[in-house]
Design a protein around this ligand. Structure first.
Ligand code: SIN
Length: 286
């Protein structure tokens, strides 16, 4: 597609592109929406700089791409039910999203997009890494592809948010801040999704199972499944698939959860990081 309004710089890394020429705080014309949508499908992550967004403006921007969803484990900000704060205080230890994952894959209809906005970011560190799970899939042999494609995974929030989850012990909960609800009962639900997902708009296949949210391959034990999940994660996070995004106050990242893994770095102890996040509902993965 020829872009008439936005400028797209895709030289920032293996996945993603930096977009300029658009003010996300304003309602977008149909033409700009189409350009952003096309750039997003093509580059999988869009980055914007120097935006100034109140929660309602962030939500209005996100709603250009579909119906907004409610994140089940963090209370929304007062001014908008779909916008959650992700805050790490200077003395907290644990960070939210600090492992390679795809967002909220344990929902029946996991989000197609996540949009994250930097309100206050550390001087050093706190970058987010993004990995291209489509390009990683393309490096798999036909043998492992067909084994993965003929199986499905059991996805659940319990590994992280369940009663024995990594976020649930009191010190971790405190570290994640008062908005973290960690509803252990909700976290026990399990849902069956493919291990390899076919993108509903591009038709591309991607690795979809991630260590924090996929409990096991259906019909296998967790012990049997984990080595495979570890192998796939190691494959996806190789340098040739990963872009590192350095946040500034006012930066926005919008990633395609159908084909991108991400990981929030936890390397800024003593500094605060405050983000706002919105998710856009997707289809049931196939
Ligand atoms: C997330 O996993 O959605 C949070 C990512 C980040 O804070 O960089």
């Amino acid at each position: 597609m020829e872009y008439k309004v936005i400028t797209v710089n895709d030289s920032i890394g293996p996945v993603g592109a930096e977009i300029s020429g658009v003010d996300l705080s304003q309602p977008l014309s149909a033409g700009i929406k189409d350009e952003l949508h096309a750039a997003w499908l093509r580059h999988r992550v869009l980055f914007f700089r120097q935006q100034d967004l109140a929660p309602k403006q962030l939500a209005r921007f996100a709603a250009n791409f579909g119906e907004l969803d409610i994140y089940p484990f963090i209370d929304a900000v007062n001014s908008h039910p779909n916008v959650i704060p992700i805050i790490k205080e200077p003395d907290a230890q644990l960070n939210f999203g600090g492992a390679w994952h795809v967002d909220t894959t344990y929902l029946e209809r996991p989000p197609k997009a996540t949009i994250l906005y930097g309100v206050e970011v550390p001087n050093q560190g706190g970058d987010t890494l993004f990995a291209d799970a489509t390009s990683a899939y393309q490096t798999l042999s036909n043998g492992i592809r067909s084994m993965l494609e003929s199986n499905s995974g059991i996805y659940t929030a319990k590994i992280v948010h369940g009663s024995h989850g990594s976020y649930t012990e009191p010190a971790s909960r405190d570290s994640l801040g008062s908005a973290y609800t960690g509803d252990a009962e909700k976290a026990e639900l399990e849902v069956d999704h493919p291990l390899i997902r076919t993108h509903s708009e591009t038709g591309n296949k991607s690795i979809y199972c991630s260590l924090p949210h996929t409990h096991r391959i259906k019909g296998w034990t967790r012990e049997e499944s984990l080595p495979l999940f570890k192998f796939l994660t190691k494959l996806i996070v190789q340098e040739q698939f990963v872009t590192r995004f350095k946040w500034q106050k006012g930066s926005v990242a919008m990633w395609d959860n159908r084909c991108v893994f991400h990981n929030a770095m936890n390397d800024y102890h003593g500094e605060k990081r405050h983000m706002l996040r919105v998710i856009v509902k997707g289809d049931r993965p196939v």
